[in-house]
Every structure is written in structure tokens, then in C-alpha cells.
Design a binder for this molecule. Sequence first.
Ligand code: KG4
Ligand code: ZN
Length: 340
Amino acid sequence: MNKQKIYILGIESSCDDTSAAILCNKKVLSNVVASQKIHELYGGVVPELASRAHQENIVPVIDQAIKQANITKEDIHAIAFTRGPGLMGSLLVGTSFAKSLALALDVPLIDVNHMQAHILAHFIEEDALDTPQFPFLAMTISGGHTQIVKVTNHFDMEVIGETIDDAVGEAFDKSAKIFGLPYPGGPLIDKYAQTGNPKAFSFPKPKVNELNFSFSGLKTAVLYFVQKMKKEDPNFIEKNLNDICASLQYTIINILIDKLKKASLQTGIKSIAIGGGVSANSGIRKALKEGEQKYGWKTFIPKFEYTTDNAAMIAIVGHLKYLKDDFTDMSVVAKARMKL
Ligand code: KG4
Ligand code: ZN
């Protein structure tokens, strides 16, 4: 049995979080994330500002990750970085930095697909958490993605359903903006929903084929609903915020759970893992737990810091690829659109 300690540096810069992590085998030694507050002013991620902030953050973030892990840069065996998908300007910062550092340290370079990393985050070793057995279904729900993936092994994944327009996180954030809440509004909707009545208002559920999703119609329905109600009472939102949030969250969760039920029936797979920022939502967590009772599911939810964009998930893919000698070379370039 190989007892070697493998240190991987992971670098993530696909959207608006600059992150670096050090893993020793499958355990996280450090996972530093610099979230870019600047986008709050604009109600969404501004790509040009994101790349500028990555430029400023990347050196201190990597430096801090190495220091927190209590290693030196000479201990690093390989560097894993997000190649895509994501915003081109953002990806370029991490990709270029990873290439330069790998060259300087003379260590192998490992390119990582961000979506694969959200799924493989479940294989980070945590004392109290089980890792899923193959095959399992992974639902990735965030501000940039909404997918259901059949995972046969670490590197054999098939997208069996995905959004045809907005991501589910966008449905939360854009609706929150309509309610006058700051960006990102998802966590606030979750907070207000706690004390609201989920049946107070009804929002339409989209009709989309098979296992695919659509959230742009819901956002429009929310806009029309708010416009109509505000005509009758200009203070409608302030008076009903908790009920509005609870009703919207209830609708979104139903949409997600219905598709998961369908995917589980179609594939016969009852192990379900979720990832992405929206998996922090208390309603979806509760609905998944209920699924264990109702449908015999076994559900897996990673620690919160490994569900949102982070470099530990990039480093775990790096570790798994390192074991297979699956390296890339200096000709590698960032890819904004990249399939699983
Ligand atoms: O994974 P993530 O940090 O970044 C990417 O989009 O890739 O996810 C961010 C998204 C945002 O849309 C945010 O509103 C949503 O996750 N989010 C939530 C909650 N926490 C984060 N949505 C609903 N309820 C939450 N508790
Ligand atoms: Zn992501």
C-alpha cells in the first residue's frame, strides 16, 4: 500500500471567487477563498471586474494557502487548476498562473473541469461524512449551473439533464433583485422563507422535456406577479416578503425534486449527491432528507465550503488524476465552454 504523502495545490478562478487549496492525499490542509464583493454593487458578476480582482488576489491567496497548510512550495507534487467552463478573463488568470508556477517549480500540471470538480468534491475526506458509492446521481445547482449527472466512476460521467436557459441560482438571485434584495439574493430568500407560508402564493412550474430544467419563465412570472401586486398595494413586498420568499423557494425545490425523482426512477439509482452554492439552501436539504424516507434515497451533501466555488474541489480532482499520471502540458489553454 502506497503511504506516500501527495501534496496538490489547487487553483480555482472560473467566476468571481479566487481560491487556492492544498490537499495532502484526500485531506484538505487549507482552502482559501477570496470572494469578490465588488459585484454586489452591480447586482451580478461583471466579468471584466472579476478578472481584475483575480489578478489582485491570486498571489496572496496562493501564498496564504501554502502557509496555512504548513508546507513550503517545494513540497508541492503537482498543480491542478480550473481550465473551464467559466468566464474567459477569469479562467485566464488561474490558468496562466498555474502554468508559470508549474514551470518554476518543475512539477506536473493538471487541468480540471470545474463541473467535474463540483461532483468529485464528494471524495474529499472528512471524518464524519461518507463518500458516495458508484453509480450515483449528482445534481449540481449553483449560480452558473443546473445539471443532473450520472456518475459511473470518478471519470465516467454523463449529463442526463440540464437547464436550457437560466441556472437555478439565477432564479433565486434575479427574483431577489425584483424583490429589492441585494446580490446574491439566494441566501436571503432562504432566510426570509424560514418564517413564511410556502402555500401563500403560487408560481408556475415550467414544462420542460425529460430531465431538463428551465428557470427563465419563473423569473418572468415573478416579475409580472410583483408588478401586478404592487399596483394594488405599493407596499406589497415589504408586507409579504416572508410568504413570497417561502412560496418561491417551495416552487423551485419542487422543480428540482421532481426531476431528481424522475432521474432516479429512469436510472434505478438511489444514491443522490448534490453540489453547488444552492445546495446550501435549507429547503433543498430538508427535501432531500425527506426523499430518504419517501423514496429510499441515500443522499450526500458535502460540507458547505466544498459546495460553493472553491479550490479544494479542484485539488481533489488533481489528486485523482495524479494517481493516474493524467497530466497536461504547457500548451494547455483555458476553455470558457467545456463539456463534462
Ligand atoms: O457555487 P456558487 O458559489 O457559485 C457559482 O454560481 O458557481 O453558487 C452561488 C449561488 C448564488 O446564486 C447564490 O444565490 C446561491 O448559490 N445560494 C443560495 C443559497 N446559498 C447560496 N441559493 C439559495 N439558498 C441558499 N441558502
Ligand atoms: Zn461552480
